[in-house]
Design a protein around this ligand. Structure first.
Ligand SMILES: [Zn+2]
Length: 275
């Protein structure tokens, strides 16, 4: 297994596992940034300006209190200012993002795909993790997540075209698919609202699906549809079980769709590559 993995990617296993560790650490740092997004975006606060502070006592987080995973454990999940507990979400999001990055690295090298694909894969993971957590709590997927993801996808494939990695047709298909997905899911949301007389697919979900289409690109269209299928089936099954347990009408189900879309797309990204 190890042999197959590194042979596809570099000359020796040491280098392979070194890059594995780098990817994991970068993923954890990205998770740390996502924690800021998850906390501030629904409140409409900027994620770039204003240094991080404790939401309970206002204590400014020092750089050494902001090291992913490690600081949380060293502080024993407590703010160093007011000693109030810090939610485990911080630790979970960092570990989850790092782990998903590491799995993406293994999947990409195993499938003999170019390492540059870590960029759209990483963007997809970041979008998925933050959208899942925000949608679960606030029932929205902010534009501030979806639009940057679309832009990253668009710019990445344009750069791939200029470096000769994909042909012009590939670039046109990608950009077309992104906008087509956007239009199609707006239509589907409208249709769903007409038929079910309730919002089945929110505009946040629609833009999330468009962003995923931009990120998946020309070679992963089948995986994209697989992700859609996984999300819809798991969302539907969960919805039915949830409605039965709560003895509600399925149409009145208030289950957020974002976490299902997010996990569906991330799982699809790891699937064996089919052409
Ligand atoms: Zn505090």
């Amino acid at each position: 297994m190890n042999y197959i993995l590194y042979e596809n990617f570099c000359s020796n296993p040491q280098a392979y596992w070194f890059w594995f560790e780098v990817v994991f650490v970068v993923g954890c740092c990205m998770g740390s940034f996502l924690n800021v997004c998850i906390w501030r975006m629904p409140l409409g606060e900027s994620v770039i300006t204003a240094p991080s502070h404790c939401p309970k006592c206002g204590h400014q987080i020092k750089w050494y209190e902001n090291i992913p995973l490690i600081s949380f454990l060293c502080l024993r999940a407590k703010c160093s200012g007011c000693k109030q507990p810090i939610t485990w979400r911080y630790f979970i999001v960092e570990l989850l993002t790092g782990t998903l990055f590491a799995i993406a690295y293994i999947a990409i090298t195993y499938k003999k795909m170019p390492f540059s694909l870590m960029i759209p894969a990483g963007a997809m993971i970041m979008l998925a993790v933050s959208a899942a957590f925000i949608d679960f709590e606030h029932r929205i997927i902010p534009d501030a997540l979806n639009f940057p993801a679309m832009v990253v996808g668009g710019i990445f494939w344009i750069a791939e075209y200029f470096t000769g990695a994909i042909r012009l047709e590939g670039l046109i298909i990608t950009l077309f698919c992104g906008f087509a997905a956007w239009g199609f899911f707006i239509f589907l949301a409208w249709l769903g609202a007409k038929i079910f007389k309730a919002e089945a697919l929110g505009m946040g979900d629609v833009k999330f699906l468009a962003a995923a289409a931009f990120l998946f690109g020309p070679s992963m269209i089948i995986e994209y549809f697989a992700g859609l299928l996984i999300a819809s089936l798991s969302g539907f099954l969960f919805g039915v079980v949830h409605a039965l347990l709560k003895k509600q009408d399925l149409r009145g189900s208030t289950l957020p769709f974002g976490p299902f879309l997010a996990s569906g797309m991330v799982i699809a990204m790891y699937l064996p590559h089919c052409k």
